[in-house]
Ligand binder design. Structure first.
Ligand SMILES: C[S@@+](CC[C@H](N)C(=O)[O-])C[C@H]1O[C@@H](n2cnc3c(N)ncnc32)[C@H](O)[C@@H]1O
Length: 320
């Protein structure tokens, strides 16, 4: 986990306090049971040098010709030790890493519909293993900072990044709530698949706003439900078998939240229903997936009888 390039970029900005976090702060105190194992695994990865990378049309690092079959098998075995891989797909030196989510489908729903990322500083909150961070670089972002609170996903990112150390993206093992507030540093902030996981969604929106420069763009993706302004579903217990789902707003409620939190010009980019073609078990994520969370007699409902997952993507501007 090398943050030298990031710290050099942030020197003298409102985000320079991240230096403490990285050098002797929380990073040194990470107690996640798997952190040490995964960090050693990153060090064990073969030192392959990619002759080619492509983050524009897919996330591809290295061609099959960059290593022999033995090195590829060794790499495949080590990457499997980072499972479950939730986000992908990745193509690595001829290995097709087929993750639970076909994340390229979500990217296609927003690609070309948001402000150009060319030369922009981007924050990706809840970035998981950084699949979209790479896609953002592929659209010209000059700097991508990802945040995720789940250590195993963060370590997947660092496994991938070990093959492209020069890539201008970094993922911090950090929740948005811990990120220095009020920086106004970023031109574009993404929060995809996070809003319903936070217990305080309006605070989350305010934190996203504070990370953006005035006029900067928020790209927000979330689950939503049918209903009028003010309506919001708070599951009694689980939603699609997940315990950590708190608020599923209607579109009108979400628009109201955005306006109250200092965003303007909200525009819906896409509405879609998640299907088992997009989220499913694979060799790289062999556990239960979406199909196991839907009512087998009525796939329009979850096993708890809530409406099945419907997602929206929107863009909005930080009001001045
Ligand atoms: C459903 S996944 C979405 C991943 C990716 N953004 C996407 O759209 O596919 C939610 C991610 O957000 C992370 N997360 C949840 N709450 C967070 C928070 N408060 N700060 C940072 N990350 C968070 C989780 O660890 C998880 O990786």
């Amino acid at each position: 986990m090398n943050f030298t390039g990031l710290l050099a970029r942030l020197e003298g900005t409102a985000l320079s306090p991240l230096r403490d976090f990285v050098s002797h702060g929380r990073l040194a105190r990470i107690r996640h049971g798997d952190f040490r194992r995964l960090r050693s695994l990153v060090d064990e990865l073969p030192r392959l040098v990619p002759s080619v990378t492509d983050f524009g049309a897919r996330v591809m690092i290295g061609s099959p010709a960059d290593c022999d079959e033995q090195a590829r098998e060794e790499l495949r075995r080590l990457l499997m030790d980072f499972a479950p891989w939730r986000k992908g797909p990745f193509e690595l030196f001829g290995i097709d890493l087929d993750a639970e989510w076909r994340s390229e489908l979500k990217w296609a729903r927003l690609d070309g519909k948001i402000a150009s990322l060319d030369g922009r500083k981007v924050l990706d909150v809840g970035c998981g293993n950084g699949y979209y961070c790479f896609r953002m670089l592929g659209r010209g972002a000059s700097e991508v900072v990802g945040l995720d609170s789940h250590i195993p996903y963060v370590m997947q990112f660092w496994a991938l990044k070990s093959f492209v150390p020069e890539a201008q993206c970094w993922v911090l093992p950090m929740a948005m709530e811990e990120f220095p507030s009020g920086s106004g540093h970023f031109d574009t902030v993404f929060s995809m698949g996070v809003l319903y996981h936070v217990r305080s969604p309006l605070d989350h929106l305010l934190q996203l706003r504070e990370a953006l420069r005035p006029g900067g763009e928020l790209v927000l993706e979330t689950l939503h439900v049918e209903g009028g302004e003010g309506y919001c579903l708070t599951p009694r217990e689980r939603y699609a078998r997940m315990r950590n789902v708190w608020f599923l707003p209607s579109i009108a409620t979400l628009q109201n939240w955005l306006q109250r939190c200092g965003f303007s010009d909200a525009r819906i980019l896409d509405l879609s229903v998640t299907t088992p073609a997009e989220q499913r078990s694979t060799a790289w994520m062999p556990f239960d997936s979406l199909a196991d969370s839907l009512d087998p007699r009525d796939p329009a409902r979850t096993v708890e009888s809530h409406p099945a997952p419907a997602r929206l993507l929107l863009a909005a501007r930080r009001a001045a």
